[in-house]
Design a protein. Structure first.
Lengths: 462, 453
């Protein structure tokens, strides 16, 4: 198939087209969902598709199909992509020079200790049933939800620079979400374990413990109080520091937002943005973590990019195009959700790096404040540099001790102000895998993470 | 092969293979798109995707699988679904797939030819109308996207369901950046419709520019108001109301006891000013269709009438468990993303949430408020659907004092509990707008807090 795709690209004779690529994808996933002890969903989904891109001036055309791939279909897609690129190029202000892109010929198949495809369905079902049973620890747990998912994607890519690539990505995931109810009060808790790994991840989970711990969290939330609101000292866990890294510094470091001057981090390389405790990295090469991959959707190898080092802003996350525009090397951050969606600059595994404090030392060193844990969601503010991160729960810190449990809150502030108040960073990193959207869509696998971290932020509790 | 033939053939294959019941959802989606980047059309795209989702049932054992059929045959898909069903535990709650029922109207009732034929060049022209109208000396349009999609789906099952629907939708998302010597600001506008001809793109650009410029005047809010009324524009209010209400009235959540309204049928759960319908036949609804994604005829279902809970929403799985009839709420499609939905079995979900408007204008609502805030844009509006708690960062808003709009503000958190707020003196305006799965006017939410930074 790769030879056929390469021949179509090699035969391209359009003079105006300065770069083109063809990417073929095949996705297969298994999902098992158990609700209240009953198997609610057992599914196996497959889909395949091909997308062709062509560049004219500074404008792209893109065409995709789910039809069975043949040389004729490839050629038709290329014709459609060129037509769209030429139409857009009426507005083009410059020509992009992709001639320096180095070709790569490589095949990389992911090695996992236990391939999920070799594990019996009975074993997977037993695991999810056990996860669900593990949550049913108390009569106040009125609803248990348990999910297992494995997903494999196979990619083939050729481009006019001469790259010929084949690779795959395999990810596995387990989720529990118990819901506790007492009178009119209802609260949930959740926990997730996932990564770019095989079934060995699942075999390391104790389903009773995993479920029971989460149910304990949901029951405790029934008696949690409303958190205080206002500007205060906040200690966040690694999931929330990761969310802050991802939503604010991460999205604003995506170079497509920089080359057009939309990001508040435009022109900040070399400037001191935070205290010396702040170091932030995007690393698509980390072993076993959800946001890792061998090549991005343009065929650039994943890499480690230093975004902030000891408080000084260092650099951006690049596609082929933004790297050319800014005169640097591409960083392997050109990613697309799938063959139906565009490629643009996206994160991989984004995190604040660890410091020297023990987590309990940070709490003990805090006279008054809020210890916030369990990230829920966040939203970027690339233009203004604001933060919105919501969390499931936290504890009021008084005289160096985590005391009363509080629930449901958002953290806000200007990230530049927050980073300048970071004065303690923990010595343990944790990563949370999930999906990330950009501009409200285009979801793909990433992880974010970090250590415990202390800073001043605005808290609002609902 | 046509999708209705594929659906019929695959159901027949599944039955011959031993399925006691089978259901196929076959779909074709065509999408044209344009992405605006730094004020120019950066990427023009065309996409076509076809696929099937097959539910294979053996007794009470259910297997679901899906495929684009690019690398396998319907027989392969049937064999996989059968293997999944055989490996499954029996689901004691499963009763049956839905029976055939006659839907009213033709399958193309909600299909607009002009939208279906829109290619990326037409979209480029429309998107550039937005850019042109929004741009000025200190306003640029760094980002935008405009997509036109058409969908044709067909459902066939062993009980005789043999039906489908066609639809179209257009979605646009644009941001504008404003800048003066001291500040930067951002405007965000979305547009949703089933018909491209119904959208005034120049007007969207003008609104985008005005919004971006107004943010430049915003000052950080530094106070803490414990009891403020917040008027939310339709784009923001619709989102939090849908998150709360759609979760609470989902038959699935009611059956599994995760709905806060699971035992409140007939009770007053909100202000008498709040009347809400789920309308699968909504004239402007983006998911409007003559049948849902299980082939059940769609309908207009009252959810709340003057604050009193009237009905839950049911797909067939959840309806039959409690001896009810499905309400046409077995849904796979979403207005944001029509592609890839064949790979998901139908779930119990809303079609179009319609909130009944009042006769009051937004200005009337503002004039009745002593102290409050008029919020145009959050970072992203979110509410905890179980507890009702919310805490959202305000990105663009104006203070309301003594019935009049005052200063533009930013950097504030809007905080409260939505279940409590909607039971209070909630007010609804008359300016209905379509946003995603909702047709909603501006709403004034009482008993909330505004926390400054």
């Amino acid at each position: 198939m790769l030879d056929m795709m390469a021949k179509v690209i090699d035969d391209l004779s359009e003079k105006d087209v300065t770069f083109a690529d063809i990417r073929q994808e095949f996705h297969a996933s298994t999902q098992i969902m158990v609700v209240n002890g009953d198997l609610r969903r057992f599914s196996r989904a497959t889909k395949g598709g091909t997308v062709v891109r062509a560049l004219v001036g500074e404008c792209w055309g893109m065409a995709s199909t789910s039809e069975t791939l043949s040389a004729e279909i490839c050629r038709n897609l290329l014709t459609d992509a060129v037509k769209s690129a030429k139409a857009n190029a009426k507005f083009s202000r410059k020509k992009l020079d992709f001639s320096e892109i180095k070709p790569i010929e490589k095949t990389i198949w992911q090695e996992s200790k236990i391939n999920p495809a070799q594990v019996s369905t009975e074993e997977k079902l037993d695991f999810v049933m056990a996860l669900d049973k593990g949550q049913k620890t108390d009569d106040r747990i009125v609803n248990t939800n348990s999910v297992y998912n494995d997903a494999k994607r196979v990619y083939r890519l050729v481009n006019t620079a001469g790259s010929r690539l084949e690779w795959d990505e395999l990810r596995t995931l387990a989720v529990v979400q118990p819901i506790a109810r007492q009178g009119d009060k209802m609260h949930f808790d959740y926990d997730v374990k996932g990564g770019r790994v095989g079934y060995e991840l699942i075999q390391q989970i104790d389903p009773d413990l995993f479920g029971a711990e989460c149910s304990k969290g949901a029951i405790e939330l029934l008696s949690a109080e409303k958190p205080p609101s206002g500007n205060m000292t906040v200690v966040v866990d690694g999931a929330i520091s990761g969310l802050i890294a991802h939503e604010v510094c991460g999205h604003a470091s995506e170079a497509d937002e920089v080359v057009k001057g939309r990001s508040f981090l435009t022109g900040q390389v070399g400037k001191q943005l935070g205290t010396e405790h702040v170091t932030m990295v995007d690393d698509g090469t980390l072993k076993d973590v959800s946001g890792s991959f061998p090549f991005d959707s343009e065929g650039t190898p994943a890499s480690r990019t230093m975004i902030i080092e000891n408080g000084v802003f260092k650099g951006y996350l690049h596609t082929l195009e933004t790297a050319i525009l800014m005169g640097v090397n591409p960083t392997g951050n050109g990613r697309a959700q799938d063959y139906n969606r565009r490629i643009f600059a996206r994160m991989t595994n984004t995190f604040f790096d660890k410091g020297h404090w023990k987590d309990d030392e940070i709490i003990a060193d805090t006279k008054e404040g809020l210890y916030v844990i369990k990230a829920m969601s966040g939203m970027e503010d690339v233009v203004g540099g604001g933060v919105q991160c919501s969390a499931l729960k936290g504890y009021i810190i008084k005289n160096g001790e985590a005391t009363k449990l509080v629930r449901s809150m958002s953290l806000a502030g200007k990230v530049i102000d927050i980073l300048k108040t970071v004065d303690a960073v923990g010595d343990e990193l944790e990563f949370w895998g999930g999906t990330c959207g950009k501009g409200e869509e285009d979801f793909l696998s990433v992880s974010s993470g970090g250590p415990h971290m202390r800073a001043k932020m605005v808290v609002g509790g609902g | 092969m046509k999708i209705d033939d594929i659906a019929e053939k695959t159901v027949s294959l599944a039955e011959k293979s031993g399925a006691t019941q089978a259901e196929v959802y076959a779909v074709t989606v065509k999408t044209s798109s344009i992405y605006i980047d730094d004020g120019i059309p950066k990427i023009g795209g065309s996409m076509i995707e076809a696929g099937i989702g097959l539910k294979c049932i053996i007794g009470k054992q259910i297997g679901f699988t899906s495929s684009t059929l690019a690398q396998e045959t319907p027989t392969d898909v049937v064999e996989r679904a059968k293997a999944l069903a055989k490996a499954s535990n029996a689901d004691p709650k499963f009763e049956s797939l839905p029976d055939p029922k006659k839907a009213s109207g033709s399958l193309d009732k909600f299909h607009d030819k002009e939208t279906a034929l829109a290619d990326s060049e037409l979209l480029m022209d429309k998107a550039m109308e937005v850019v042109k109208a929004a741009s000025s000396n200190n306003v640029t349009v760094p980002n935008g996207s405009l997509r036109a999609s058409s969908i044709h789906y067909h459902i066939n099952n062993s009980l005789g369901v043999n039906t489908g629907s066609q639809g179209t939708l257009i979605f646009g998302f644009f941001t504008a950046k404003s800048e003066d010597n001291r500040n930067v600001g951002e405007g965000v506008q979305r547009c949703w419709s089933r018909e491209i001809g119904a959208i005034d793109f120049g007007k969207i650009g003008e609104k985008l520019r005005a919004q971006a410029l107004s943010v430049l005047k915003a000052k950080p809010f530094k106070q803490k108001w414990d009891d403020a009324v917040a008027i939310l524009t339709p784009s923001e209010g619709s989102e939090i109301m849908y998150q709360l209400v759609a979760f609470a009235v989902s038959g699935e959540n009611v059956n599994k006891r995760s709905s806060p309204w699971s035992d409140k049928m007939g009770e007053k759960v909100a202000s008498e000013n709040l009347t809400i319908y789920d309308n699968g036949l909504s004239e402007k609804g983006l998911l409007s269709s003559i049948v849902d994604d299980e082939g059940v005829p769609t309908q207009k279902t009252p959810i709340l009438e003057h604050g009193v809970l009237q009905s839950y929403l049911f797909d067939s799985y959840n309806a039959y468990q409690v001896d009810m009839q499905p309400t046409g709420n077995g849904i796979r499609r979403t207005p944001r993303e029509l592609a890839g939905r064949f790979s998901i079995a139908a779930v119990c979900a809303g079609t179009t949430m319609e909130i009944k408007p009042s006769s009051k204008s937004v200005e009337d609502l503002i004039s009745e408020i002593k102290r409050g805030v008029y919020i145009e844009h959050f970072a992203y509006p979110l509410v905890d659907s179980m507890s009702g708690a919310f805490s959202n960062e305000v990105r663009n808003a104006r203070i309301i004092r003594n019935g009049e709009l005052g200063d533009q503000i930013k950097y504030a958190l809007w905080v409260g509990n939505l279940f409590d707020s909607i039971k209070g003196d909630l007010q609804v305006a008359n300016n209905l707008e379509v946003h995603d799965k909702k047709i909603v006017p501006s709403i004034a939410f009482p008993k909330t807090e505004l926390v400054g930074q």
